[in-house]
Design a protein. Structure first.
Length: 154
């Protein structure tokens, strides 16, 4: 059972970290076109891929990780690397919930309005800058969590 849960956990990591990384990459390039239709399409895909891949990755990471820890007889909240992995995971999630999701919702609404070629409002660009900066901040704990989980320090 441990191997199955560990695999679920790893698939979740791939979905989550892969999606948050590549989404920002292709969104930056879409925005650089300056074309309202391309930018609106990109924003729509960010919303869809976050719902499908990021959300499912979060669930798989947590269910698989906690399940694998329990299957190995580890308490997931005991001091040590499992706790630090969760602290890092949850700190990233807090940034997503507090800053990134609200900015993304505002950008999606704005993008629907300018999708047909209207002007892109400054509020979209302000939210976009916030999304990119805080997105990097939110990814740092995820990238730190990977070696914590692999090398199991402490």
């Amino acid at each position: 059972m441990f191997e199955v849960l560990k695999t679920v956990h790893l698939v979740g990591v791939v979905l989550l970290v892969g999606n948050v990384t590549i989404t920002a990459f292709w969104k930056v390039f879409a925005n650089r076109t300056g074309d309202p239709a391309v930018i609106a399409f990109s924003q729509r895909l960010v919303t869809i891929t976050d719902f499908v891949f990021t959300a499912s990755g979060i669930v798989l990471v947590y269910v698989g990780g906690v399940g694998a820890a329990l299957a190995r007889g580890l308490h997931p909240f005991a001091p040590g690397w499992p706790l630090w992995g969760q602290v890092l995971f949850l700190s990233s999630g807090a940034v997503w919930a507090a800053v990134l999701v609200p900015a993304q919702i505002r950008m999606a609404r704005a993008a629907r309005a300018f999708a047909a070629g209207g002007p892109i409002p400054e509020s979209y660009w302000r939210d976009n800058r916030r999304w990119l900066v805080w997105g990097v901040v939110a990814c740092v704990p995820l990238f730190v969590a990977i070696p914590v989980m692999v090398f199991k320090p402490l």
